[in-house]
Design a protein around this ligand. Structure first.
Ligand code: UD1
Ligand code: CA
Length: 454
């Protein structure tokens, strides 16, 4: 059966106290609404309608995509009014309504909900709550059949004692929706057009309400303030950590690990505390990541070792290669098999060949460095002349003396050597020594200055 999805995201989120629209606040580095959209996509709907209002332009700008339609709700007159704005664009047999500020909803739960929907039945996602304050309550008759939803503010004392709450997420037969929405009124405690009133209308029209329960409260929790946002973040991270551990990763402390993107992992990977993985990260078998590393959009080949406090972005670390502590690999940094990068070394758009080494305090930018070449401490590539970038190319088995300045463009032939402290401005032929530094002069019997007497 065909499916349209409507995501409600027009609310202001006053309690966030933020210039950013609520649904753009991130969980795991991605806007809450982005999570909901990605989940919606997994259900293969014929359309996704996002109802926006507060901060509409910012939301659209951030999340626009070919498979999304945005509908602006100029005034936030209630959840029923919000769905009514999207209704003219709907044509599928089933319509699923999601909230842009409920980011952890799982596709599997929504599948179960959608299975309930047909021409005679709608699906309602409910949750048992320890404290249902603020939630709409599910009213059932003597046979346990759902009759209506009453909002907290409109509920009697007896109704407020009900702990089964409305998550707000529901799936309805598309052909009924327009009629129901057209009949909503706003004569209630909040003066709003409540989507929840659709339930009693459906019952009156002879439809049955099938309920599905969410796995837990967190799955359907909306973030109204930054405290709830942090709770969602922790819950998300707990889930992510358990998933990785199930795939063969040792996390020294799952509570001190953060995934802000996607990680594909091999077996026997070890991740120490306070590691953040961002974007797309590929980690092969037997990789070890030390404490306090940030690794973004990178590939770590089998057996690679990333030592403490390293920062990687857009990098590739080859089989058995190692870097850090305190290494910085910027986009285009590629470490060959068993290459070594030590502390306070920065690489950008630079390839270190197999077994090549840069042990200490270096900047290597726009460089190609041959196998087994050794870069002495303090070496830098002067790759930028103030206007353009230039390349430094080194052959195999080159030995760069400590504190060399390599002024690009530059070619250093295989087996060549530079003297420590050299400023190298010309190409160096293979197997030769280049020395470019002031010649040392010793002055014998030289007297140090003495302090003048007052
Ligand atoms: C709603 C439900 C309530 C449920 C609760 C779960 C109604 C009337 N009530 O209450 O039964 O227990 O969610 O959290 O539906 N929105 C718009 N436009 C509007 C109003 C809201 O887009 O005019 C969006 C909000 O951005 C939000 C969602 O709809 O994403 C829910 O709105 P909110 O005001 O939080 O609803 P509640 O009063 O909490
Ligand atoms: Ca709410």
């Amino acid at each position: 059966m065909s499916l349209d999805i409507v995501i409600l995201a027009a609310g202001q989120g006053t309690r966030m106290r933020s210039a950013l629209p609520k649904v753009l606040h991130p969980v795991a580095g991605k806007p809450m609404l982005g999570h909901v959209i990605d989940t919606a996509r997994q259900l293969a709907p014929q359309s996704i309608q996002v109802v926006i209002g507060h901060g509409a332009e910012k939301v659209r700008e951030r999340l626009a995509a070919d498979d999304l339609s945005f509908v602006v709700q100029e005034q936030q007159l209630g959840t029923g009014h919000a769905v009514a704005q999207a209704q003219p664009h709907l044509s599928a047999e089933r319509v699923l309504i999601l909230y842009g500020d409920v980011p952890l909803i799982e596709p599997a739960t929504l599948q179960r909900l959608l299975e309930q929907v047909n021409a005679r039945q709608l699906g309602l996602l409910t949750v048992e709550l320890a404290d249902p304050t603020g939630y709409g309550r599910i009213l059932r008759d003597g046979h346990g059949e759902v009759q209506a939803i009453v909002e907290h503010k409109d509920a009697s004392e007896a109704q407020r004692a009900i702990r089964e709450g409305n998550t707000g997420i529901l799936a309805v037969p598309g052909h009924c929706l327009g009629d129901w929405l057209g009949r909503l009124s706003n004569s209630n405690a909040q003066g709003e057009y409540y989507l929840t009133d659709v339930i009693a209308m459906a019952v009156a029209d002879g439809l049955r309400i099938a309920t599905v329960q969410a796995a837990d409260e967190m799955e359907v929790l909306g973030a109204n303030d930054r405290i709830q946002l942090a709770q969602l973040e922790r819950h998300y991270q707990g889930r992510a950590a358990r998933r990785l551990m199930a795939q063969g990763v040792t996390l020294i402390d799952p509570a001190r690990f953060d995934l802000r993107g996607e990680a594909s992992v091999g077996r026997d990977v070890l991740i120490d505390v306070n590691v953040i993985l961002e974007g797309k990260v590929i980690i092969e078998d037997n990789v070890q990541i030390g404490p306090n590393c940030v690794i973004k959009d990178s590939v770590l080949r089998a057996g690679a070792i990333i030592k403490a406090n390293s920062h990687l972005e857009g990098a590739q670390v080859g089989e058995g290669a190692d870097c850090g502590p305190f290494a910085r690999l910027r986009p285009g940094a590629v470490l060959g098999k068993k290459a070594h990068v030590g502390n306070f070394v920065e690489l950008k758009n630079a390839v270190l060949g197999e077994g090549a080494k840069a042990g200490h305090l270096s900047y290597l930018g726009d460089a190609e460095i041959g196998a087994r070449t050794n870069i002495g401490a303090g070496t830098i590539t002067c790759n930028y002349d103030g206007a353009n970038k230039h390349r430094t190319v080194m052959g195999e088995d080159v030995f760069i003396g400590s504190n060399s300045s390599l002024v690009a463009p530059l070619n250093l032939g295989a087996g060549s050597t530079t003297g420590a402290g050299s400023t190298i401005t010309q190409d160096v032929p293979a197997d030769s020594l280049a020395v470019g530094r002031g010649k040392q002069r010793n002055i014998e019997g030289w007297k140090r200055p003495v302090k003048n007497k007052p």
